[in-house]
Design a protein around this ligand. Structure first.
Ligand code: SF4
Length: 703
């Protein structure tokens, strides 16, 4: 590796799917060399960064940073520092022994949505070729899988946004369902603000009055878990008021007659009873939505992280299609993806049922193509495996994974029913984790490998728009950590199953060949083009193809080129309030923190901004519970409990409390969440469960 660049290097933020561009410039700060972070000009963020991006370089030289492999000789013994050879030998041995005793699927890999395309691709190949195991999935399953399943069914393709982010500024109306970009993606708000300056109207559907909702023209505040009924109710009103686009429906869709009949059941009074949204508010919303054909409907995790998340996303797509939006300029449906490379992760093989290029593992032609690139017999490739939570739920059991390699994911905090997942991790015969810090998952491992960070490596990421971006090395890694690509190449060699390259550019060239002809076709994407063109939008099947910033102008990716309506019906949340658990708990992200908090809980600026989590409680409910501002509240569900400081606010419904999920220990909110799964996407029901609340006194030092 060459020495660190002396000049500023432009790369992208290590956090969310907006992937803001930033310049990292070396400077001295008295204590030694540091990298200064400044926002860089780019079509998505135009120099803007949020506080997470601005503080991201602090972690490069953080004192908690892992710099040497850690092993332990027994689970009840502490870690000791080890050499790379010993640590990698232990992992190869753990995986091999599990497979010899229990079969190939007993060794598994769990990946993360922050991994580069090259790492995601190589991890997928490692599971299928080096391990010959079906046991692979990733935490992106917990993020966008419901929207992905819905988009694939309706449009024949899953790309978070089928248009560039900047198109938001040209829309006359934007509806956001369960998405709060003002807090989680502040630089994206410039496009919303530009629209407002042109007179655009914004409608927000969210059980909380978030910062995004507070700035909207219309805020609908449904009971958590009833978005599907609301979408059907709005479609009912659109039909009743003759606001649907009959010409578009006739020319560009199939399935309308059945859906039109189905939504007759969603008359306004009934929908008000289900959702709690008053009829006049629904009437106003549909008038605003149908006032222009330049209308966008954007969904987020609030609508999608449910046991009916894929049907809910389909219900909003149905509304978008009935109003004639997808494929029109500055219009359509999109999902605001979450993790930095959740999109690229599933496109290139981290998901249990997918091969590179968004090919289906169950499709013989897809298997033959990818096996050809990998130089193996298609028959050797495993069948599709089970989804993320199903894999975690069965760890250590007969038929489940016995030896697991976790890369860049902290499932001990981020998985639903997390206490159960920690128990399952502890039941494994062998657990290895690669990470930059000793995360709560790494604490449970037999072997922990220190990895390089984003600013220390090259590669590509695919952002919320489907734009492939370059991650560029801006500094050297400290002595000790290695890239996950190097770890996978070494392990494949020790397992004796193929030669894996660890050079990211070489891996990307192979990825291009493997994706060629697939839905997510990267064949025409090169690192040089990404540099020259501010990223390239897939599909891009050849180097003389322009890439595809906007999908659906001429047709949909279905066999007949038409989008498909789907009849979807409301059903109750998997768990409803009752006498024992009388309230609803919903969860989400806060402004200063990210995912399981492994990084942001170690960042001074972010801890200063938000040193601990708070549960949002309506003042009426707080009065009934006898808890005041800053008092402790004990939250209990059928799965576990957590203790958080109360924040009293009218921003939440009186029947619902909201808590962020970035914290561990007694503040692990995912110890409470419900792992009930969507039947299609296998998304857990993170966003609603029944909860009991109890005042737990004033904590010492609390405000
Ligand atoms: Fe990073 Fe997302 Fe913040 Fe941009 S919005 S700086 S990508 S965390």
């Amino acid at each position: 590796m060459a020495g660190p660049p002396a000049q500023g290097v432009t790369t992208h933020c290590p956090y969310c799917s907006l992937q803001c561009a930033m310049t990292l410039t070396p400077r001295e700060d008295g204590a030694g060399p540091v990298l200064e972070v400044t926002g860089a000009a780019f079509p998505t963020n135009r120099g803007g960064l949020c506080e997470k991006g601005l503080s991201s370089a602090e972690l490069l030289a953080h004192p908690d940073r892992l710099t040497t492999p850690l092993v332990r000789d027994a689970r009840d013994e502490p870690f000791r520092a080890a050499g790379w050879d010993e640590a990698l030998h232990r992992i190869a041995d753990g995986l091999t022994v599990a497979q010899e005793r229990h079969g190939p699927d007993a060794a598994g890999l769990f990946g993360g949505g922050g991994m580069t395309n090259e790492k995601a691709y190589q991890a997928g190949k490692f599971a299928r070729v080096a391990l010959r195991s079906a046991s692979i999935d990733y935490n992106g399953r917990f993020c966008m899988s419901s929207a992905a399943a819905a988009a694939t069914r309706a449009f024949g393709i899953d790309r978070g946004m089928p248009f560039p982010l900047a198109d938001l500024a040209r829309a006359d109306t934007v509806l956001l369902v369960g998405s709060n970009p003002a807090d989680v993606m502040p630089p994206a708000m410039r496009w919303f603000a530009e629209g407002r300056e042109r007179g655009a109207q914004h409608v927000v559907v969210d059980p909380r009055r978030t910062a995004t909702a507070a700035a909207s023209d219309v805020h609908l505040q449904p009971v958590p878990g009833t978005d599907l009924a609301l979408a059907n109710g709005l479609l009912h009103l659109a039909v009743r008021h003759r606001l649907v686009d009959t010409a578009y429906i006739a020319e560009r869709t199939t399935g309308w007659p059945a859906l039109r009949r189905a939504v007759r059941q969603y008359w306004p009074d009934r929908v008000e009873r289900i959702t709690g949204v008053p009829v006049p508010a629904m009437e106003r919303a549909i008038r605003v939505l149908a006032a222009s054909r330049a209308t966008m409907i954007l969904s987020g995790r609030g609508a999608e992280q449910h046991a009916k998340g894929s049907d809910t996303a389909l219900a909003w797509i149905n509304l978008a299609l009935a109003l004639g939006l997808p494929g029109r300029p500055h219009a359509g449906w999109a999902t605001m993806t979450g993790q930095g490379n959740g999109q690229g992760g599933r496109e290139h093989g981290l998901k249990a049922d997918q091969l590179p290029g968004y090919r289906r593992l169950a499709d013989p032609a897809a298997r033959a193509h990818v096996a050809g690139v990998w130089g193996v017999d298609p028959e050797e490739l495993p069948a599709p495996g089970v989804s993320a939570y199903e894999m975690l739920d069965r760890l250590g059991t007969a038929g489940g994974v016995r030896a697991l390699l976790v890369m860049a994911s902290n499932v001990a905090v981020s998985a639903p029913h997390a206490a159960h997942v920690r128990e399952r991790l502890q039941s494994l015969d062998f657990l290895a984790v690669t990470d930059i810090f000793l995360s709560e998952t790494a604490e449970l491992a037999d072997v922990v490998l220190p990895t390089t960070q984003w600013a220390e490596e090259n590669g590509t990421m695919t952002n919320v728009e489907g734009r492939v971006l370059r991650r560029r090395r801006a500094t050297d890694a400290p002595d000790g950590p290695r890239s996950d690509l190097t770890v996978l190449a070494d392990l494949a060699g020790r397992l004796g199953r193929g030669t894996f390259d660890d050079d990211p550019r070489t891996v990307f060239e192979e990825l291009r060949r493997a994706s060629a002809g697939g839905t997510a076709d990267y064949a025409g994407v090169t690192w040089e083009r990404i540099d020259a063109e501010d990223g390239v939008f897939w599909p891009c099947p050849s180097t003389d193809h322009d890439g595809t910033p906007r999908l659906f102008a001429d047709g949909f990716a279905t066999p007949d080129g038409r989008a498909r309506f789907h009849v979807v019906h409301h059903r109750d949340a998997a768990e409803l309030p009752d006498d024992e658990y009388p309230y609803r708990l919903t969860t989400g992200r806060s402004r200063a923190h990210y995912q399981s908090g492994t990084q942001t809980r170690r960042t001074k600026a972010l801890l200063d901004a938000e040193p601990e989590p708070a549960v949002e409680v309506h003042p009426d409910l707080a009065a009934r519970l006898g808890v005041g501002e800053g008092g402790d509240l004990l939250l209990r569900t059928r799965r576990g409990s957590a203790r958080l400081r109360a924040h009293l606010t009218t921003d939440v419904r009186p029947d619902t409390v909201f808590a962020p999920f970035h914290w561990a220990g007694e503040q692990t909110i995912n110890d409470l969440t419900n792992p009930a799964l969507d039947p299609v996407s296998r998304m857990p029901e993170f966003k609603v469960c029944a909860v009991a609340l109890e005042a737990a006194g004033q904590r010492e030092g609390s405000r």
